[in-house]
Design a binder for this molecule. Structure first.
Ligand code: UD1
Length: 416
């Protein structure tokens, strides 16, 4: 199992290109199950999570071709199996996104319960409530969920929480349902808009994506489509924070500045200079950052996926910062690792109180989840002495060539 070693502190400088968004491409791969035609996804990043999603659609009978690691073609001419195994769902919770497309296309799906997760219990009740409201017959037993429906029926569905996954799953199911489905209190994330754009290219009738009310008028069938997913706002945010925390000067290219507004706003409040261009952002910090208070919220609030990288910036900022996690319970696993590196953090319920120190000190730490791993790389860049990060597979799930991209900015980082 590989380890990343951040050898010494570094002021990041230069230009980095952002890859396509993991959280956009995963539901889009699931959506290709809605048609028997060929779909073509361009400029994709062959991340570990993307590979798992490909494995999932393959296991159901789709034919896939990942050409040059950048273009993915998927043809789900025939669905040969209706069951997604425990092994695949356990590898990646987002595999659950096949439930909506499978139910809509074949009227039948059996899928393992996603189970627990390092960042909280993450239930799927909202997905299931949506399918049930649309007429699906759902049974749970022996760790599996089975759902049947002749043809799903459009319904008005109010989500108790604007869940990203539930909004996507219901949108995909509704695309082939009979009549109009209205999703209220829907998630508004840019990845939802991207999925809606892809579905509409396939011939679906989705309106309102990006607002809290989405209307989907079901159609009888969908056709193949080509698409290039949006840039990864979390990868972009990670480099923005890394640039600011290391008092660096980095041009982040291939980003939609609007999508990273909450990060831009907080970095400016911390004293970094952030300049937005049409498709790029430059982050420049000459002084030590100042403390700031942050609360994670659904989009357009501050993203929970940026909570841990931002906490690292707070660890080396001047003064005391408070970060409150409202989206996931138990998303503070990185704190014990940051403390090993000399960070001063106290947890009070859902809030972490971070007293900034001048420098962290390198240590042996563990990436407890994907974003926690990114936070530890940034911590390594702000530390004296080497930082050895284990369980790097978590980082590879969502960041492509992270060490190459960091090296391109001057970081001394190796994989062993
Ligand atoms: C997606 C993202 C993840 C991000 C999260 C929040 C993907 C593949 N993953 O995850 O990176 O951190 O959005 O921005 O896009 N909830 C329920 N019942 C449900 C569904 C969710 O209670 O049926 C709760 C969850 O436990 C959590 C909150 O809602 O507390 C947000 O979850 P959700 O928006 O669904 O996140 P994901 O789609 O799993």
């Amino acid at each position: 199992m590989s380890t990343l070693i951040v050898e010494s502190p570094c002021r990041l400088q230069g230009t980095v290109n952002i890859s396509c968004a993991k959280n956009a491409i995963l539901p889009i791969i699931a959506a290709t199950l809605l048609t028997e035609d060929r779909c073509r996804l361009e400029d994709i990043a062959a991340l570990e999570d993307v590979k798992v999603m490909i494995e999932v659609v393959n296991s159901l009978g789709a034919e896939t071709n990942l050409d040059g690691a950048n273009t993915l073609e998927i043809t789900a001419k025939k669905i040969e199996r209706n069951e997604a195994s425990y092994e695949l769902i356990r590898k990646m919770r987002a595999s659950f996104l096949i439930m909506g497309p499978m139910l809509a296309r074949t009227g039948k799906v059996k899928i393992s319960l996603p189970g627990g997760c390092a960042i909280g219990s993450r239930p799927i009740d909202l997905h299931l409530k949506g399918f049930a409201a649309m007429g699906a017959n759902i049974t749970l037993g022996h760790g599996y969920i089975e759902a049947y429906a002749d043809r799903l029926k459009g319904e008005s569905i109010y989500l108790d929480f604007p869940s990203v996954g539930a909004t996507e799953n219901i949108m995909m199911a509704a695309a082939l349902a009979e009549g109009v489905t209205t999703i209220e209190n829907a998630a508004e994330e840019p990845e939802i808009v991207d999925l809606a754009n892809f579905l509409n290219k396939m011939g679906a009738r989705v309106k309102g994506a990006g607002t809290d009310t989405i209307k989907v008028e079901g159609v009888r069938e969908l056709k193949g489509a080509a698409h290039s997913a949006i840039p990864d706002r979390i990868e972009a945010g990670t480099f923005m924070v890394a640039a600011a925390a290391t008092r660096g000067d980095v041009l982040i290219e291939g980003v939609v500045p609007e999508h990273v507004k909450p990060i831009t706003a907080k970095l400016k409040e911390m004293g970094a200079e952030v300049n937005e261009y049409e498709k790029s952002i430059r982050v420049n910090a000459t002084e030590r950052l100042k403390s700031v208070d942050i609360k994670t919220m659904p989009y357009p609030g501050f993203p929970t996926d940026m909570q841990s990288p931002m906490m690292t910036a707070m660890c080396v900022a001047k003064g005391t910062s408070v970060i409150t996690e409202t989206v996931f319970e138990n998303r503070f696993m990185h704190i014990s690792e940051l403390k090993l590196m000399g960070a001063k953090i106290k947890v009070d319920g859902r809030s972490a109180i971070v007293e900034g120190v001048e420098r962290l000190s390198g240590a042996k730490v563990r990436a407890t989840d994907l974003r926690a791993g990114a936070a530890l790389i940034i911590a390594g860049l702000c530390s004296d002495g080497p930082t050895e990060i284990s369980d790097v597979y978590h980082i590879d799930r969502g960041y492509i060539n992270i060490e190459e991209k960091m090296k391109g900015l001057g970081a001394s980082i190796i994989r062993v």
